[in-house]
Write a protein that binds this ligand. Structure first.
Ligand SMILES: [Zn+2]
Length: 304
């Protein structure tokens, strides 16, 4: 009997990792495989059932999909939206994807499905302008200038001060910019808590390594504060051959960023608030791992 494998098992290994590289650091090293065992997750029964019954219809475009539609960002007919968790995030997330990427391979969609009002996905080159917001936005990318999460507030604060100084040097600068930065500054002076919530949005690039570099050189992303993650081991099932396992899928990068943001910036104990962002990811990971272990030749061939 031939079993129809889920859509993500059919995809080839070639050029398909959505990766964010992290740099090694002296901070705690967590294997995400261990972590996936201990997540606070909503029941995945709905995914188990959907997986057994095979692909179903996207209620928006009618396409045949497994679990969710990667073009409409909605779950399919046999995965009722009420049965998937809804995650509240402490900030907004913009994900910029490369137009040449195959949508079905991206884990960025998971974020949009699970935290729809916090996440926006843009297809390059159609991306927002961030210039006026550069004091409350950070780009998650491990570049030479990248700072660690705990230093974000300090660096954004410096930008606010520089913006105010620039303004007094240059009377031609638009006044709304000045208004915004002054409001922000008075807020910071009067209330220390404001300092912790100074970051309003993070931007991630969802593409292969080569394409990421192309997007990075776009002038709209120049000059943004770049932030790097602590080292985390990926369990991304498609991680590129020859690449170190510190490359993360987009959903992993978002998750780890938020966990560290919660402890290092909000200074609160992390109690699994964002674990459900890995609702689809952990299920799909387990499925592929089981297929590997069971020695299912057909599946193994597909995921090799
Ligand atoms: Zn659709």
């Amino acid at each position: 009997m031939s079993i129809s494998p889920p859509v993500f098992l059919k995809e080839s290994e070639e050029n398909n990792s959505k990766l964010v590289e992290t740099k090694p650091s002296q901070t705690t090293f967590v294997s995400s495989e261990d972590l996936l065992q201990n997540l606070c997750l909503a029941s995945q029964e709905v995914l188990r059932k959907a997986q057994q019954s095979g692909r179903s219809k996207c209620l928006k475009c009618g396409g045949s999909r497994m679990f969710y539609c990667y073009t409409c960002y909605v779950p399919v007919e046999n995965v009722p939206i009420e049965q998937i968790p809804h995650v509240k995030l402490p900030l907004k997330i913009d994900i910029i994807k490369h137009p040449n990427e195959t949508d079905g391979k991206s884990t960025a969609v998971h974020a949009k499905l699970l935290a729809p009002e916090f996440v926006n996905i843009y297809t390059y080159p159609c991306i927002p302008e961030y210039e006026e917001k550069d004091h409350e936005v950070a780009l998650v990318f491990p570049g030479p200038q990248s700072v660690s999460i705990k230093d974000i507030s300090f660096h954004l604060q410096k930008r606010i001060q520089n913006n105010v100084r620039d303004k007094s040097d240059d009377p031609d600068k638009p006044s709304f910019k000045r208004k915004k930065t002054e409001e922000q500054q008075s807020c910071d002076l009067s209330d220390n808590k404001c300092k912790d919530t100074i970051l309003k949005k993070i931007i991630l690039i969802d593409s292969t390594w080569n394409q990421t570099n192309k997007i990075l050189t776009d002038e709209r992303l120049q000059g943004l504060l770049q932030v790097e993650l602590k080292t985390r081991k990926t369990c991304f099932w498609r991680h590129q051959k020859g690449k170190p396992d510190t490359f993360l899928s987009t959903i992993e990068a978002i998750y780890y960023f938020l966990v560290d943001y919660h402890t290092d910036m909000l200074k609160e104990k992390y109690r699994g608030q964002y674990d459900n962002l890995l609702f689809f990811y952990s299920f799909m990971y387990q499925l592929i791992k089981n297929a590997k272990c069971s020695g299912d030749k057909e599946t193994r061939k597909l995921i090799r």
